[in-house]
Design a binder for this molecule. Structure first.
Ligand code: ATP
Length: 573
């Protein structure tokens, strides 16, 4: 168990973000044009106010001056209305862009989750995939919808306002821009720490989700083995770690925002000082100084938003890196284009270890002849299920090869693999769908019903029955899984405790029925019952990750080796 899913590096995240923007580039262009127009309209106000001040201080009294001021004031109002309308329109275009892009991310996540090799999904902590698919996807979707459009507007406003101050008076513009450099250093300090801190927070969330999932799904086991205290301890540790990582990001924010607040005052004070000095020297008018200060005051809005959103971008950037991490999972699908030549399965010199631990299979050699019935027996932990997974193409051997018709089984594309080998274990998933959809194939009703009947599923007469509302019990789910195998009709079926959840009579009848359907198929059965190995053409005896005996039941009994001993112990002799 356990290796967590990878996290995408910054290069992959940037590339993914550019891909999302490119996918909706027309909207992005419209958004950009609307924002530029809105920001230009916003620039009119301070400039016109500066002109009003100059008109009044220039001593243009009387009717002519008042008329001029009235016209300027109406223009200020016009600019404000135009800015509001354009911004509103830009924002709604932005929201639509955000929602569409969020839907794309959700869609990609679902597709990538489904493409993950089964062996990877089995080994990653369940909470990790769940947290990425819920908390992380939601965080990115919210950011895309609310933050990205706003950030865009603010960035355009920022550029235009700074340009306006410089055009208004280059000297005052230079002082203002100089005053804002403090924010640059504060932001750099924050950004250099924030990504790692948010990644740690995301990882802690995953662990907590995993612990909670394990506690809820394992409720029965916890009760049976009195593991309450131990689970509580694990839960508390996970909660404490989540709190610690959240406090770390919180403390970064608690330094960042006050420093940003302070940085706003600096450029205004500097421009007032420089403006006053230039005014008394007669280099600028009072209106120009007032307009420059108003512009710098206007900068506070967009810069404030950008700072706030940079913060949110950090946390959702970490979420996006976790979502994109799925793309970095090696899909292991070196799908072979070669088609198997025949149905013979060959296991040659196979060694295998779980997660780079110790080998649990050592130099296993086995040839399975088409149409034969092979029973694999051995004590618990001998390696039977591991060998079954390799033959089913779920895992790949670390050394050696497992092939069908000369092609490595794990390299077969999923559709081809399903036609070749199907592994049936006691873990069957029943989807919250109709019985018909749960059978996984499109076939006429009578074919589906015949398959269900074959495996003794007499309860399953209504193909439209909603299994989400009336979930089948363990035995019924097992019959459903066996019916899926009958319908998939592969040439090799591996049964690993496939009937363990049925009562002995039902199990015997399901096995017999299955044997009838699979009479010309290759069947590999991990044998837990005497009858299975007795009825097999050959029996492979495993011990300590090796095949130590191979032959027919009769021959092995005659040889009086480990199988004969096992057989006697099964008999209770
Ligand atoms: N997912 C896993 N991660 C790590 N080790 C594993 C995993 N599954 C099995 N093992 C180890 O591999 C070895 C072989 O296990 P395997 O399940 O193949 O044996 P088995 O003969 O099928 O046993 P059983 O009859 O109890 O199912 C055992 O030592 C087991 O602990």
């Amino acid at each position: 168990m356990s290796a967590a899913l990878p996290i995408a590096d910054q290069r992959l995240v940037s590339r993914a973000a550019l891909r999302l923007i490119a996918a909706d580039r027309r909207t992005v262009v419209v958004m950009m044009i609307l924002n530029v127009l809105a920001a230009i309209a916003g620039l009119g106000g301070p400039w016109l106010l500066g002109r009003i001040i100059d008109t009044v201080t220039g001593g243009q009294g009387g009717g002519q001056g008042a008329g001029q001021v009235d016209r300027l004031a109406i223009a200020v109002l016009g600019c404000a209305v135009a800015q509001a309308l354009l911004s509103r329109y830009a924002l709604s275009v932005g929201y639509r862009f955000g929602e569409r892009t969020a839907a794309r991310i959700r869609d990609d996540f679902l597709r990538r989750s489904l493409e993950l090799p089964a062996a990877v999904v089995e080994r990653v902590p369940a909470g990790d995939l769940t947290a990425r698919g819920t908390t992380d996807v939601d965080a990115v979707a919210t950011t895309l919808r609310d933050v990205v459009p706003g950030l865009f507007i603010s960035a355009v406003q920022l550029v235009l306002i700074v340009t306006a101050v410089v055009v208004l008076d280059p000297a005052l513009g230079a002082v203002g821009v100089l005053g804002f450099t403090g924010i640059w250093f504060v932001t750099r300090w924050y950004l250099s720490r924030a990504r790692d801190a948010y990644l740690l927070e995301g990882a802690a969330n995953s662990v907590m989700a995993d612990e909670l999932a394990a506690t809820t799904t394992g409720a029965r086991t916890i009760e049976a083995f009195d593991l309450r205290e131990r689970r509580l301890g694990r839960g508390r540790e996970a909660i404490a770690e989540t709190r610690r990582t959240r406090l770390a990001t919180l403390s970064l924010r608690s330094v960042f925002f006050p420093l940003v607040e302070l940085s706003y005052v600096v450029p205004i004070v500097l421009v007032l000082l420089a403006g006053g000095w230039l005014y008394f020297r007669g280099s600028v008018t009072l209106g120009t100084v007032a307009a420059a200060v108003l512009y710098l005051r206007q900068l506070v809005g967009p810069v404030d938003n950008i700072m706030l959103w940079i913060e949110q971008l950090q946390s959702s950037g970490a979420s996006f890196a976790r979502i994109e991490g799925l793309a970095a999972v090696p899909t292991d699908q070196t799908t072979s284009s070669a088609r198997p030549d025949g149905d013979k399965i060959e296991v040659r010199g196979v060694r295998y270890a779980y997660d780079s631990g110790q080998d649990v299979l050592h130099d296993v050699d086995l040839t399975i002849r088409p149409g034969e019935r092979l029973a694999i027996v051995g004590l618990s932990g001998a390696g039977k299920s591991t060998l079954a997974r390799l033959i089913a193409g779920v895992d790949r051997p670390d050394h050696g090869s497992v092939t069908v018709g000369g092609v490595p089984i794990a390299d077969l594309p999923p559709d081809e693999l399903r036609r070749q080998v199907v592994l049936v274990t006691q873990e069957h998933h029943v989807f919250r769908e109709s019985l018909r959809e749960n059978l996984m194939v499109v076939a006429p009703d009578d074919v589906l019903k015949r398959a269900l009947k074959t495996v003794g599923a007499d309860w399953a007469d209504d193909l439209d029955a909603d299994l989400g509302e009336n979930p089948p019990d363990g035995g019924q789910a097992q019959q459903l899984a066996l019916a899926r195998v009958v319908l998939a009709d592969p040439h090799t079926v591996i049964l690993d405790e496939a009937t363990a959840l049925l009562d002995p009579t039902a199990a015997r009848s399901a096995e017999r029925a299955l044997a009838a359907v699979l009479h010309d198929r290759t069947v590999i059965a991990i044998a837990h019952r005497l009858q299975t190995s007795h009825d097999a053409d050959r029996v492979a005896v495993m011990d300590g990750g090796r095949i130590i005996e191979l032959g027919s039941h009769d021959a092995l009994i005659r040889a009086d080796g480990p199988y004969a001993a096992l057989w006697r112990s099964w008999h209770g002799a």
